[in-house]
Design a protein around this ligand. Structure first.
Ligand SMILES: NC(=O)CC(=O)C(=O)O
Length: 340
């Protein structure tokens, strides 16, 4: 006889104690739901960009990024233009703590002043170029990340997002700095020269809310979890794992964030440098669906990846395995402490 798990039908109802209405299941009345998912399915493209030469020529890196965005919007073999294009972490500068300040640009954007921000007035050449690319091609552009110099002279690892008109709608400053030391592996300490950001980034698009994090941020489940609880359909991370952590964790952390939250997860890496003694990125940019399946993945070389982000797949993952409405905050704490 099949095990009957009860009817998991979502309905707006009142649990016994909370004062405000919560979305609960008729089956248990114990759980809280995620925010409703809305938006149109979309095509995502990620550019696994190679640095030009040894990566030290900012103008050349920027020009190459511009060319590759122009190539990407042609839509690859299928000729289907993407809606959202992503670049990798620190794509205009070497990924080295002693280089970030030298390459850092003043942008002048803050969440408080975002509505009055004028791209034409920024000092940042990278922001101007990315804004022009987004506008020219009519795509959302998650512009990888670049070193940013703040008004109070701190340096951040910052990811700008532009809408289809080229407006700078968000900047995510890497919240969790990459400070690690693995014996016989890698030691890296971003905090030697960088400051961690102090806000979460969720971009409202016609395709739904997209959460943005940067690389090491993916290791902190709370960032993706709270984004999902606020309605994010995808987390996108410009990133640059390395030859020690890449083979161990690159795929795993993305699958984990995807299945825990039943969202799409994408990480966009630089291509691996083939010479020099600088940072060697893992590459393998990839996109994972809400069931933890790999939709697309590159190898370590420069390339462009396309993936269809089908929001029906997200809804059916949540309907089939309804963890989003089965949480038991009467047994354990709600670590996200965020209400939809
Ligand atoms: N580069 C990073 O921020 C993170 C990384 O390489 C890792 O977590 O591993």
């Amino acid at each position: 006889m099949p095990l009957r798990l009860g009817s998991i039908r979502q309905t707006a109802a009142l649990c016994s104690t909370p004062r405000r209405p919560l979305l609960v299941t008729t089956a248990t009345c114990r759980s809280r739901a995620m925010a409703t998912v809305s938006g149109q399915s979309f095509r995502l493209a990620m550019i696994q960009l190679a640095a030009v030469g040894d990566g030290s020529d900012k103008a050349a890196n920027l020009a190459h990024a511009k060319e590759m965005v122009a190539e990407t919007v042609k839509g690859g073999k299928e000729g289907r233009k993407p809606d959202v294009v992503v670049l990798p972490e620190i794509f205009n500068s070497p990924y080295a703590t002693n280089m970030f300040r030298k390459y850092a640009e003043r942008i002048g954007w803050t969440p408080e002043t975002k509505d009055s921000f004028d791209v034409a007035k920024t000092e940042s050449e990278s922001i101007k170029l990315l804004s022009e690319a987004a506008k020219e091609h009519g795509v959302w552009l998650i512009g990888g990340s670049i070193p940013e110099l703040s008004e109070d002279d701190k340096v951040y690892n910052s990811s700008p997002t532009f809408d289809k008109q080229g407006n700078l709608v968000a900047i995510h400053r890497k919240v969790h700095l990459f400070d690690i030391s693995i014996p016989n592996g890698i030691t890296f300490k971003e905090s030697e020269t960088l400051t961690g950001g102090d806000w979460q980034t969720l971009v409202d698009t016609e395709h739904g809310k997209i959460g943005v994090g940067i690389c090491y941020d993916v290791r902190f489940p709370e960032l993706a979890m709270t984004a999902a609880r606020k309605g994010a359909v995808a987390m996108v991370y410009p990133a640059a794992f390395n030859l020690t952590t890449g083979p161990l964790h690159w795929d795993l952390v993305q699958r984990a964030r995807a299945i825990d939250n039943q969202i799409f997860v994408a990480m966009c890496s630089p291509a691996r440098a083939t010479s020099g003694d600088g940072y060697k990125a893992w590459g393998h940019s990839s996109v994972w669906d809400p069931m933890g399946r790999c939709l697309e993945q590159l190898d370590e070389k420069e390339g462009i990846l396309f993936a269809d982000i089908d929001l029906d797949a997200l809804k059916s993952a949540r309907a089939g395995i309804p963890v989003t409405v089965q949480r038991r905050f009467d047994v354990y704490a709600d670590v996200s402490n965020v209400k939809p």
